[in-house]
Design a protein around this ligand. Structure first.
Ligand code: SAM
Length: 217
């Protein structure tokens, strides 16, 4: 599994998460068979709870992959909402579009194609929930854009921030991941010390950071 938690803790938590059915189950099977990384079940549960609590209307995601997390989020939203999701890999985009077309939520989800570092500057809408789940070494860059687009009272959720535990312990760091680990450490230091924001890092899944933008800045 990952080194963020003891395996027995992760297995236990994962075992009690209800199994998905229908399209999400099919997508999980496709992802596992084709080695597509999608959010872990326990992270999916966390996001579901956050969405029910926070009730966002405009959601931005960086890292669509096959659209699993976008459709999971869609199932946990109510009223008028839209999801904008950014992806650079054409094969992923094609597959995500197929799934979105088959879904009753498809017409409320828009994919922005291309490298998010290039497409971010074209976004003008404000968002009240932003989910970062793309290249881990680029989180600082995504964050700068995300902060500008986030409404006061909005939340940024960043996945994989402990990166198999390597971010928390030098002993776990493999050489070729050193740069990503350093960048994630810089990212976590930064979000924990930004004025006008409050962050929390959770050792769930591969590490999840929550960053809340204060209402009164
Ligand atoms: N959020 C998805 C889910 O849980 O179903 C999984 C996303 S997967 C972990 C990361 C995705 O981010 C990959 O499909 C990758 O191609 C995409 N990606 C990585 N860097 C990107 C960038 N700079 N701009 C856009 N997409 C990016």
């Amino acid at each position: 599994m990952s080194s963020v938690n003891e395996d027995y803790i992760t297995s236990y938590i994962r075992d009690i998460v209800p199994e998905k059915c229908g399209q999400l189950k099919m997508m999980e099977d496709y992802a596992h068979q084709n080695n597509v990384p999608i959010i872990e079940p326990e992270v999916g549960q966390l996001i579901s709870v956050l969405l029910k609590l926070h009730k966002p209307k405009e959601i931005l995601e960086v890292g669509t992959a096959i659209g699993y997390s976008a459709l999971l989020m869609a199932q946990n939203l109510h009223g008028n909402w839209n999801i904008t999701t950014m992806e650079k890999n054409p094969e992923m985009i094609e597959k995500a579009l197929e799934y979105f077309q088959e879904s009753p939520y498809g017409d409320r989800i828009r994919i922005i194609e291309g490298d998010a570092r290039e497409t971010f500057p074209h976004l003008t809408k404000k968002y009240d929930f932003i989910f970062l789940d793309a290249a881990k070494g680029q989180y600082m860059e995504f964050l700068r854009f995300a902060m500008d687009l986030l409404e006061p009272g909005g939340l940024i959720v960043s996945d994989n921030v402990l990166y198999k535990g390597m971010v928390a312990s030098d002993k776990l760091v493999v050489r070729r991941k050193r740069t990503i680990v350093n960048r994630l450490r810089e990212f976590l230091e930064h979000i924990n010390n930004m004025q006008g924001y409050t962050s929390s890092v959770l050792p769930l899944g591969d590490g999840v950071a929550l960053t809340f933008k204060e209402d009164l800045i």
